[in-house]
Each structure stands twice: as C-alpha cells, then as structure tokens.
Design a protein around this ligand. Structure first.
Ligand SMILES: [Zn+2]
Ligand SMILES: [Zn+2]
Length: 159
C-alpha cells in the first residue's frame, strides 16, 4: 500500500475511499467533514485555513469555520496532516507528511514550495549536539523570493 508521503511524489490521485482508509488507519472515526478536509489539504498543499474552508465548501457544501478548525487539529494530531507556520505567516497545512521535507518561502508574496532534505533521508534530524533531547522533527525554512516576485522587482529596477 502506498502511504501518504509517497502520494505527493507520484501522480496518484487518492479517492474518497483512500481518505476513509487513512482515517481508519489513524484510529479516527470516518466522518464527512474529516474526509472533506483531508481531501482539500491533498488538493491544496500549503493552503491556509480560510482557503481550505473555501475549498471544502465548494466541494461539500456548508461547513462551519469551527468544524474545519477542529478537523484540522484532529488530522494534525493524528499525523495525517502537517502544519507549517513560517514566521509572520498564517498556519498552512499539507498532506505530505513523514518525510520531513523543508520549505522555501517567498518573502514578498508568501508563496511556499516543498524542497527535499539536502542529503539523503532526514539528515537534519541528526543534530550536531542534541543536548539530551529526543529529536523527532527538524524544521528548516529557506527564505527568499519566488521567481515571479524576483522578476517583478528586476523589471521595476530596470525600467
Ligand atoms: Zn513571491
Ligand atoms: Zn510541504
């Protein structure tokens, strides 16, 4: 069986029954809002809560803000969804979990893209000095400007 971290790499598009199975595997009861939110996070990587609420409403009809917040919290706690919150940004959610990939964030427009670990699998988990902590996640965020914002700035400078 393909796990969720591989789905992001493959072009495989998970179906409703895949989402239901993921919920059951995580010992979560299968509910319509949970399937809807999980599906929305898969379709919109790095979306913030408001964008996810919009996406869920488009596909599944009226859902309250609070319901979506609650589901996101449950999915994150269960490890089905990863919460990313760059400094100064709203919390974003993604379905690519468990591979400890990093992010590049645009300082100008806030766009976020995935970037694999620099070397091998999760090498950043090996801290130079772990100070006795049991480390289970390394969060690395690369900051810069996306191609669109960089192009816009150089055009403005040039003309
Ligand atoms: Zn940008
Ligand atoms: Zn990501």
């Amino acid at each position: 069986m393909i796990d969720s971290s591989e789905w992001a790499r493959l072009s495989y598009v998970p179906t409703t029954s895949d989402f239901e199975r993921m919920l059951r595997n995580a010992a979560l009861r299968v509910t319509r809002p949970r399937v809807a939110v999980l599906s929305a996070v898969h379709d919109h990587p790095h979306a913030d809560t408001d964008s996810l609420i919009d996406a869920v409403r488009q596909d599944f009809g009226e859902v309250s803000h609070q319901a979506v917040y609650d589901v996101l919290r449950a999915l994150t706690a269960a490890g089905l969804v990863r919460r990313v919150q760059p400094t100064g940004s709203l919390a974003r959610y993604e379905a690519r979990v468990a591979d400890n990939h990093h992010h590049i964030v645009c300082r100008s427009c806030g766009a976020i893209v995935d970037v694999d670990c620099a070397v091998g699998r999760s090498p950043c988990l090996t801290a130079a000095d772990d100070a006795g902590y049991e480390i289970d996640e390394a969060e690395v965020i690369y900051w810069g400007r996306c191609p669109e914002c960089a192009a816009a700035t150089s055009t403005a400078r040039g003309g």
